[in-house]
Design a protein around this ligand. Structure first.
Ligand code: SF4
Length: 325
């Protein structure tokens, strides 16, 4: 059952989670096919993960974006932390993170994130954030501080970041790359022809160029990007984005089915079958990606730890093959 519109409680007052969407007409809702099946939350480890997140007063994209994989991921202690608050300055048509004017940054947050990562005993952590167009550096220094705090508290944990696009924030990307995360992940989300409708505050070329620039700044850093399908794009559109991503030297591609959080969000135009996902995966490997994850429930941070090990192994194999030639 898809909700009409989510609400949030602000000190007792209830307000729409997405005020900018409240006046929109309800979108039609397609019935989910049998292949969209998720594990219900509730294992003891799920509860323990929840406790650590709450005790450290952290936000997670798993909860804020109503991710369907939360039961599975949290049962493996894999929570994706969302830093810089719970309120986003953009208003993407697909996203369930609340929108509005955010609070000031919390300078103690990097330390609390690091404590939670150490308490969860993670081999690999994914850190994402809301967009902070209100900040001069888009939050780049806060990202760098969070990476440094995790390195200090959990030196063996590998770090994947999923930052905003830093549109019109000159110098921000350089600050984040200099902090040396292991993986720089930024999702293109959809094909260029749907940007105005689905991701109106972003620019396709800018996001692509951001990822290309990461490789120019640090060729050893892994880059990763993802697409949602089922928003009305064609197969040719997706193949073109794959080519664009390879031109930007992106290593790892994720593709998953878009699911609409509420009836005020963009509608699902179609469900891509598991066989079509498999065909995307095969084509993407043929185009030269080091790693591809393309299934209905693939999300950018789903299985990120296991995938990071596979990514490293794939690069090592490629380097060995190059040396043998
Ligand atoms: S797929 Fe990512 S966002 Fe979803 S529950 Fe897992 S870690 Fe959280």
């Amino acid at each position: 059952m898809v909700k009409v519109l989510d609400t949030v409680g602000d000190g007792g007052a209830v307000r729409p989670r997405h005020p900018e969407k409240a006046g929109r007409p309800d979108t039609p809702v397609l019935r989910k096919p049998d292949w969209i099946r998720v594990k219900a939350p509730g294992s003891p480890v799920y509860g323990e993960t929840r406790r650590i997140v709450k005790e450290n007063k952290l936000h997670t994209v798993c909860e804020e974006a109503s991710c369907p994989n939360i039961g599975e991921c949290w049962s493996k202690r894999h929570a994706t932390m969302m830093i810089m608050g719970d309120t986003c300055t953009r208003a993407c048509a697909f996203c369930n993170v609340r929108t509005g004017l955010p609070n000031a940054l919390d300078g103690a947050e990097p330390g609390r994130v690091a404590e939670a990562v150490a308490a969860l005993g993670l081999n690999h952590v994914v850190i994402t954030s809301v967009d902070r167009d209100d900040l001069d550096d888009g939050g780049a220094a806060h990202f760098a501080a969070t990476i440094a705090a995790i390195r200090n508290a959990a030196p063996d944990t590998t770090i994947e970041i999923l930052p905003p696009d830093f549109l019109r924030k000159d110098g921000a990307l350089e600050v984040v790359v200099a902090a040396k995360p292991d993986v720089f992940n930024h999702n293109l989300e959809t094909v260029p022809s749907l940007y105005l409708k689905i991701r109106p505050g972003a620019r396709y070329f800018h996001s692509l160029r951001l990822l290309q620039r990461v490789k120019e700044l640090d060729p050893a850093m892994f880059t990763k990007s993802g697409l949602m399908v089922g928003l009305g794009e064609t197969r040719e559109d997706v193949l073109q984005v794959m080519d664009d991503m390879r031109s930007a030297n992106i290593d790892f591609l994720t593709i998953g089915q878009y699911l609409q959080p509420t009836r005020k969000h963009a509608e699902v135009k179609g469900f891509v079958t598991p066989e079509e996902f498999k065909a995307y995966e095969t084509t993407a490997y043929a185009k030269g990606f080091l790693l591809v994850s393309a299934t209905p429930l693939t999300r950018s941070s789903h299985h990120a730890g296991e995938d990071f090990a596979r990514l490293r192994a794939a690069r090592d194999k490629q380097l060995r093959a190059g040396a043998a030639r």
